[in-house]
Design a protein around this ligand. Structure first.
Ligand code: 5GP
Length: 139
């Protein structure tokens, strides 16, 4: 599968598009989802030029899971949800809308209805407020 270097996440990783960043290391970047399905919806991106899980190296995949676990701990500590969904889509048929591998962390309470996937932009101040809480839990 050929990788499109102009997808929005590739631009964010190159610093060409804005993001509310939470954590970054050599292999991964964690940021707020701008169209969250619930408050505290976080994305973990690989820095590998990979569209889906199937193009990742095992090392890159392991790094993504490590960062996902780290951020899941922080989200749980900061927001105290009753549950935390973690997911990852491969291919448009599976629901993937951005062709660069990433994992979703979506906090959720019993009975809480999730917003539609990638549909409604959140208010930036609200995203920044939640990001501060998550960063504080990471520290
Ligand atoms: P996918 O469907 O590819 O698994 O998920 C893509 C996710 O990226 C969606 O949850 C969507 O809300 C989010 N998203 C789309 N464009 C942007 C963007 O420019 N910045 C951020 N932070 N998230 C985005």
């Amino acid at each position: 599968m050929s990788y499109d270097p102009n997808n929005i996440f590739a631009k964010i990783l190159r610093g060409e598009a804005p993001a509310i960043k939470l954590y970054e290391d050599e292999q991964t970047l964690a940021m707020m989802d701008i169209m969250p399905q619930s408050p505290g919806h976080v994305l973990i991106l690989t820095k590998e030029p990979a569209e889906t899980l199937f193009e990742m190296t095992p090392e890159g995949a392991a790094a993504c899971i490590r960062t996902t676990q780290k951020l899941a701990h922080a989200v749980r500590e900061a927001l105290k949800p009753e549950g935390v969904f973690i997911g990852q889509f491969n291919g448009a048929a599976a629901g993937q809308t951005v062709p660069h591998v990433h994992f979703h962390i979506i906090p959720r309470d019993h009975g809480q209805t999730l917003k539609m996937h990638a549909r409604e932009m959140a208010e930036r101040p609200e995203l920044e407020r939640i990001a501060r809480q998550i960063r504080a839990a990471l520290a």
